[in-house]
Structures are given as C-alpha cells and as structure tokens.
Design a protein around this ligand. Structure first.
Ligand SMILES: *[C@@H]1O[C@H](CO)[C@@H](O)[C@H](O)[C@H]1NC(C)=O
Ligand SMILES: *[C@@H]1O[C@H](CO)[C@@H](O)[C@H](O)[C@H]1NC(C)=O
Length: 325
C-alpha cells in the first residue's frame, strides 16, 4: 500500500470507528433493507461509469485521467509528481486495471470491447522506468485476471469466440520484463525496472532500497503466470524473494522492518507496522497459502500475525514499533 492508499485506509478506518460508535449508541439499529442495498449498488455503479467513461472519452490511451484538466496524463509529458508516477509506463494503466471490474459489474459487452482495445493498443516495449510492485499488481494482475475471466466466459457463455489467449501472451511479456529486477544478491527484487532495458540502464543497479511490501507482493501474480504458461521461472523467483524476506524477520519478535537493501539483505528502516510499505507483504503471505495451498505461507502469516497482535496492536490502535521490540 502506498501513500494514497494509506490515506484511503485511514478514511475507511475512521468511518469504521464512526459506524461502530453508532452501533453502540443506537439501540434500534436496523439491517439495511433490500431497497437501500439496491440504491447503494446503483450509486456505486454510477460512480464507476462516471470515472470509466471520463477516462475513456478524455484520456485513453493515456495511463491516467487528470481530474481537473480532464485530459490524459502521459509519463514524461505531464508535469512529474515524483514516485507515484512510477506506476505509469505508457501502457494504458487505467484500462488494464479496470478490466475485471467490468465483469464484476456484469458489463460483458464493454469488457469484450476493452479487451480488444488492450490487445490492439497496448505495448510494453517502452524505454520507461516503472515500479516493479505497481506493474505487477496492476498490469500483470489485470492481464491475468482478465485472461482467466475471458476463458471462463468463453466456456460458460460461448462469448468472445475470437479470443485466443492474447492477454496471457501479454502477461508473459510483462513477466519477462520484470524478471531482471530479481537479479540481486538476495533475490529480493529491485524497486524499479526499465521496461525495455531491464536494470542495465538508468543506473538502476545503484538504487538498492526497496520496501517490504514492494518486495513481498509478487508471488500471487508470478505463481499464477507460471501455472498458466508452464514456465516456472516467475514463480521460482518470487518464492525465493519471499524466502529471503522471511529470513530477515527479527528472530526474537517475528516483526519485519519497512525498508531494506536488496543486495546486503540489511534493514534500512527498522520501524514495523501494518501500514504503507509493509501491509501487502502480510496479505501475500496469507493469500499465497490460499492460492497455492503451501502451509509454509500460512505458518509465516500466523507468526507475523501473532507478532502484530503482541507488539503493534495497542487497544483500538495499530502503532508502529521498532522491530527489535
Ligand atoms: C508516452 O507516450 C506519449 C504519447 O505517445 C509520448 O509523447 C511520451 O513521450 C511517452 N513517454 C515516454 C516516457 O516514453
Ligand atoms: C544478472 O546480473 C549479472 C551480474 O551483474 C549479469 O551478468 C547478468 O547479465 C544479469 N542477468 C540478467 C537477466 O539481467
């Protein structure tokens, strides 16, 4: 979870507190009626189409829509915002990230149209340095989930007969562009990679710091890519990175730090929490067990969970502590 998500998380957390506070004070609280639920569902659908149509009409094929100027944001063209621009690789990020939501909403016609656009327009051979983590979760994850959904819809409904696995080929292309990032002493990936040149350019090999979440949120997509293509290297690299991270836990507390050096395997920031920079590492430990059935990951999750409950969870708050605690 990066900063913007952590703000969102805080908002959700605060509103959860408010909701539970209300539940405590109101005796006559009622369940939502069906009408209320349908109303909220339609409101969520409207919000989705507001954002999606605005992006498609004003920004596509740019990575993002700029909400004030209502124009596309292109890497290297629009003013630079620093690290958060690292998610943009001139690969129509928003559309790829949105594909599975179209299926969730049941809009299969628009899904078919969007899949065609991605196949026709998106290219990954770009001389751009991107975040390995963001490209993995949003682009590789987006392509893989859209591929799996298309395959399922083809078999269930016989729709999209023209689809021949193009999204999976694109996912493999992205996977191979991310692999050079794993070429470190520890096997823990670099934070950034050049889509076209790997680590060889842009002095990327000198940028040795990465966050725990960045390094530890690769296994789900990489394992799915390996299982779907039969090429084992993706999954093997991601397992190796997870093993290296596990070795870095504090042996007394089982806590993890937040920032580390990918070559030495030393911690750069030893504060430990459950927020930005670390959260999805825990998430991926549990989900790796759910997806792959490997008990090793459930054991790791439980050890970290117990550590979080013992040291970080203080009353209603989750506080950052030193990992040597
Ligand atoms: C991204 O694409 C835009 C539009 O095609 C182009 O002008 C820009 O130079 C590209 N950015 C990079 C960093 O290649
Ligand atoms: C990995 O790093 C080694 C040593 O720096 C280098 O010789 C090799 O070409 C790299 N391999 C890849 C796939 O980047």
């Amino acid at each position: 979870m990066l900063f913007s998500e952590s703000v969102l998380f805080i908002c959700i957390f605060v509103s959860t507190l408010l909701v539970s506070f209300q539940i405590c004070v109101c005796e006559d609280v009622k369940h939502m009626t069906k009408e209320e639920r349908v109303l909220l569902r339609e409101e969520a659908r409207d919000m989705f189409y507001h954002a999606y149509n605005a992006y498609m009409e004003n920004a596509y094929p740019a990575d993002e829509l700029m909400p004030l100027s209502c124009a596309g944001r292109y890497r290297g063209v629009s003013p630079n915002r620093g690290d958060i621009d690292d998610s943009m690789g001139n690969f129509s990020l928003t559309l790829i990230d949105t594909l599975d939501t179209l299926v969730v909403l049941g809009d299969l016609a628009e899904f078919a149209h969007a899949v065609k656009l991605v196949i026709k327009d998106v290219c990954f051979d770009n001389d751009i340095v991107v975040s390995v983590f963001e490209t993995n979760i949003r682009v590789l994850g987006g392509l893989l989930s859209a591929h799996i959904l298309t395959d399922y819809l083809q078999q269930r409904d016989g729709i999209m007969p023209w689809y021949k696995g193009e999204l999976l080929s694109m996912a493999k292309d992205v996977g191979y562009r991310l692999l050079p990032a794993f070429n470190t002493t520890t096997g823990i990936p670099y934070a950034r990679v050049n889509l076209k040149h790997g680590i060889k350019s842009d002095r990327l090999e000198y940028a040795r710091e990465t966050c725990t979440a960045c390094a530890g949120s690769m296994i789900l997509e990489m394992a799915a890519l390996s299982r779907l293509t039969g090429e084992r290297e993706f999954e093997e690299r991601a397992h190796k990175a997870m093993d290296a991270l596990w070795k870095m836990r504090h042996r007394g507390s089982d806590l993890m730090g937040t920032v580390l050096n990918v070559h030495s395997g030393d911690w750069v920031r030893r504060d430990s929490g459950v927020g930005a920079g670390i959260d999805s590492y825990y998430e991926y430990c549990l989900k790796a067990y759910i997806l792959l059935g490997d008990n090793k990951y459930l054991n790791r999750f439980n050890r970290h969970y117990n550590a979080v409950m013992k040291y970080i969870s203080q009353g209603p708050l989750l506080l950052d502590v030193h990992m040597h605690r």
